[in-house]
Design a protein around this ligand. Structure first.
Ligand code: AMP
Length: 586
């Protein structure tokens, strides 16, 4: 295909901001694109020459581009730089100067899309001595044959500045319209805000099939080729390939334990929610390990330690596992918040020192491929059982995520406390019989970061009520325990109690318990010996200068009396801080 044809599409796409119109333009174009052209055409439409997960980069910065423009046109770099200052965009500068130059020389060689694509890929492969010269030549070779408008897009693609609005959604829709549109009756009218389809459900099924194929391959070219040559059946058979990342399954969020159970069902698996970063680890049949982040960046080079752990401690010739890498303090071996290890992800040099200074532990929580077979349609429970069989746990290197199978709220509460106390963010609920859905935020996995009913607080003061509550102590000053074993206040709770005994914990009962503990009285306020512990729910923990703890509970609510606990067993200030830190990130 001639590059000018693609450039014509770029121009059409740039002339509209409407998503549907862009989709229509791409879909018409894809219909005409032959299978052999599909790969480079689709990548170039996306403004790149490598799929997003591929770590290779063109590696040409603006300075080198200036030099190449000068070599290609014979115009001095200073002059080009002046134009750049005026226009602010090297693509536009290229178009302008190539136009001036062309009038003089009248070059006529036609560029093909493949030629542009190949030269751009070659740029990424060059390294070592003379790289700058060879890169300049490769770019100049394209620019001398390019028409002015073509040179604009060549320059923009090289610099990664296409911005013509071809996102994942548009590409998925365009592929669906191009290869299935006629069959399922998709009609596009330029004026409308929506398309017409014969049957929405059928349409959505095709869209889903295209999306699912993309979620496991991350290459629209492959999806388009398959859709064109093998139809829907082909798409359904598209499988994952070891070494190519698949989109990870995402989590929904729940605010209460009940809500989480409602979505994932009972019994459910709950796991520690680690505060690290996601790592998808692949091992192919030749023993090669590759690691990808949640955003599918290849970070194999950055984590030689993890590569070793995976190689040595997972039994299997080929697999893809899903995990969270968590940093820990070398001395105390306690988990560290994500920020402490985040610098390792982008690191390009000094890698060994970094892995020594910022070690991570791999917490494996899922497996999506094993010994040549995809496991995404297997139940979670089955996938987990397999993991337990094939992983040799090595604490502070590679372990399985901590898990419990639970049905009761109090079991979750206890596990949540364990999780937070061990430096984690909270819990993940997982439905035992669900498949693994790549790229989707479905209810198979629910994050649960705050537990409002978690604090057990000692009552250190109270206030006599007003009106008909005058004979009751009806508002309670509540405190947690700081590191010196002092009671430090976190707020005052007055809601949640009943006026009548029969309805639940009442003001009367509380008054009976607290009255003998009064140490001093001032106006309506009393101070009491810390002896009574109540469980308190709240909306949020806020920083506060008012209370000695430095924190205040927003909308505290008395849940129940914890007469099974002494005041010395009240929640600690450290725990309050951890909960506060956990909620900030969500
Ligand atoms: P969030 O980033 O807050 O949306 O939470 C989802 C993320 O939690 C996932 O993408 C993982 O990186 C991370 N995570 C930590 N522990 C687990 C676990 N046990 N299971 C699944 N994801 C986990």
């Amino acid at each position: 295909m001639e590059y000018s044809k693609l450039v014509d599409i770029y121009e059409q796409l740039s002339s509209t901001t409407k998503r549907l119109e862009k989709t229509h333009i791409i879909s018409e174009f894809l219909k005409e694109t032959g299978i052999d052209d599909m790969e480079h055409v689709i990548l170039l439409l996306e403004g790149r020459v490598f799929p997003s997960y591929d770590p290779r980069e063109i590696g040409v910065a603006s300075r080198l581009m200036l030099k190449s423009l000068s070599t290609a046109t014979g115009i001095s770099a200073d002059k080009i730089e002046n134009e750049w200052k005026k226009l602010g965009d090297l693509g536009l500068v290229a178009e302008l100067i190539v136009k001036t130059k062309k009038q003089a020389t009248l070059q006529t060689t036609k560029l093909t899309a493949k030629k542009v694509f190949d030269n751009l890929r070659k740029l990424a492969e060059l390294e070592g001595e003379g790289t700058v010269e060879r890169k300049t030549q490769l770019i100049a070779e394209l620019l001398t044959s390019a028409k002015p408008v073509e040179s604009k897009y060549i320059v923009k693609t090289i610099l990664g500045e296409m911005r013509i609005g071809v996102g994942e959604g548009s590409m998925r829709d365009a592929i669906t319209w191009a290869f299935f549109g006629a069959k399922i009756g998709v009609k596009y009218a330029k004026e409308g805000n929506d398309i017409e389809v014969e049957d929405r459900e059928v349409y959505n099924r095709y869209l889903d099939a295209v999306q699912s194929a993309y979620d496991v391959t991350n290459e629209f070219a492959e999806v388009a080729k398959t859709a064109k040559s093998q139809g829907l059946g082909g798409l359904k058979n598209i499988g994952m390939k070891v070494g190519i990342p698949i989109k990870v399954m995402l989590a929904l969020k729940a605010d209460t334990i009940e809500e989480a159970f409602e979505t994932v069902g009972k019994p459910a698996a709950v796991e520690f929610k680690y505060d690290g970063f996601r790592l998808q680890c692949h091992k192919d049949e030749y023993g090669n390990i590759s690691l990808f982040t949640r955003r599918l960046e290849n970070v194999t080079k950055q984590f030689p330690d993890v590569v070793e752990y995976v190689k040595k401690n997972i039994n299997g010739k080929s697999f893809i596992i899903d995990s969270e890498a968590v940093g820990f303090n070398k001395k105390t071996r306690k988990y560290l918040p994500f920020q402490n290890v985040s610098q390792r992800i982008k690191r390009k040099y000094d890698i060994d020192r970094m892995s020594h200074n910022f070690p991570v532990e791999l917490n494996v929580f899922d497996i999506i491929y094993y010994e040549g077979k995809s496991l995404i349609n297997d139940e979670f429970q089955k996938r987990r059982n397999l993991l337990e069989k094939i992983i040799r746990q090595q604490p502070k290197k590679i372990v399985l995520s901590k898990i419990r199978i639970v049905s009761e709220k109090n079991e979750v509460e206890k596990f949540f406390r364990d999780a937070v106390n061990a430096g984690n963010e909270g819990l993940m609920f997982k439905s035992l019989d669900s498949p693994y859905k790549p790229g989707a935020r479905v209810g198979y996995m629910i994050k649960f970061k705050h537990m409002m009913e978690t604090l057990d607080l000692a009552i250190v003061g109270a206030e006599w009520g007003e009106g008909k509550r005058a004979k009751w102590l009806s508002s309670y000053t509540i405190a947690c325990i700081d590191e010196n074993n002092n009671f430090v206040e976190v707020g005052k709770a007055s809601t949640g109690l009943k006026e009548k005994d029969k309805e639940g914990l009442s003001f009367m009962e509380m008054t009976k318990l607290l009255k003998p503990l009064i140490i001093s009285e001032k106006g309506k306020e009393v101070k009491v010996k810390p002896k009574i512990v109540i469980e308190v729910g709240y909306e949020e923990i806020q920083k506060s200068p008012t209370y000695a703890s430095g924190f205040a509970l927003r909308f505290p609510r008395v849940e129940k009396l914890r007469d099974d606990k002494g005041a010395d067993e009240a929640s600690t200030l450290d725990y309050v801080k951890k909960l506060y830190n956990g909620q900030k990130k969500s």
